[in-house]
Ligand binder design. Sequence first.
Ligand SMILES: NC(=O)c1ccc[n+]([C@@H]2O[C@H](COP(=O)([O-])OP(=O)(O)OC[C@H]3O[C@@H](n4cnc5c(N)ncnc54)[C@H](OP(=O)(O)O)[C@@H]3O)[C@@H](O)[C@H]2O)c1
Length: 235
Amino acid sequence: MKLKNKKVIVFGGTSGIGLETIKLILQNGASKVYAISRNPTKVKIKQKQLILEKADVLDENSLKSLFKKIGKYDVLVSTATGGERAVGPFLKMNMQGYRNSFHKLWGYANVIRYGIKNLSKNGNVVLVSGSPARKPKPGFVAVSSAGGAVEAFVRAITHELAPIRINLISPGVIDTPMSPLKGKARKDFYKNATKDNIIKRAGTANEVAKAIIFAIENEFITGTTIDIDGGWILS
Ligand SMILES: NC(=O)c1ccc[n+]([C@@H]2O[C@H](COP(=O)([O-])OP(=O)(O)OC[C@H]3O[C@@H](n4cnc5c(N)ncnc54)[C@H](OP(=O)(O)O)[C@@H]3O)[C@@H](O)[C@H]2O)c1
């Protein structure tokens, strides 16, 4: 599907990978792009095709009214993390933190459950998981579990959604505002986190966004996961 003159919704389109995706969608000539998150005012791009909306993917009622307001559309993307994630060893983990890591799954499930009705039959959905789902490393039990659940969810609903296509992008370590670290601490963090990868650097949000555009445009893929990970899986 070409994006020219299409109407696109991006949950999480206000930061990092989602924001880069919004920029590429606008460059590709979409007629309307909705960037949605809990605090969309952080987006500073001014373009008449871009509409900022406030919604929490965990709030089913606000999603129902949002989709009603938007009406028919062509592409649904969600990069929304859902909120906090727990890191570190499972046996020392706060169990509420572990459970909260699944907010990503609930957010994705909600936007599909309430958003699919108005999505064009030749439209498509793109969600984002993460490399720990496919290759867990120590300290990543919570994100691995939630990401694994997201991947199973996508494969499980692919038949049901057809002819609408659905695909997942699985990023490795990507330099985005998700990490609050600054300066040298940030540089050291990304260096250390990617030292065993084949490509020893963090990816950029733009490199992941390009894969999201590929998944939107390529009409022969559905139910699949595309790794954009600098070789995390083979590390
Ligand atoms: N960065 C990485 O290294 C990396 C690696 C693997 C996978 N990923 C995945 O890639 C996706 C994008 O990550 P990112 O790095 O771009 O993160 P980011 O810069 O922190 O952006 C996350 C976006 O999600 C929105 N969001 C979070 N919770 C939300 C909620 N409950 N309702 C609505 N919007 C919500 C945030 O906006 P508000 O705060 O305004 O709501 C923000 O726009 C996520 O699914 C993440 O798990 C990232």
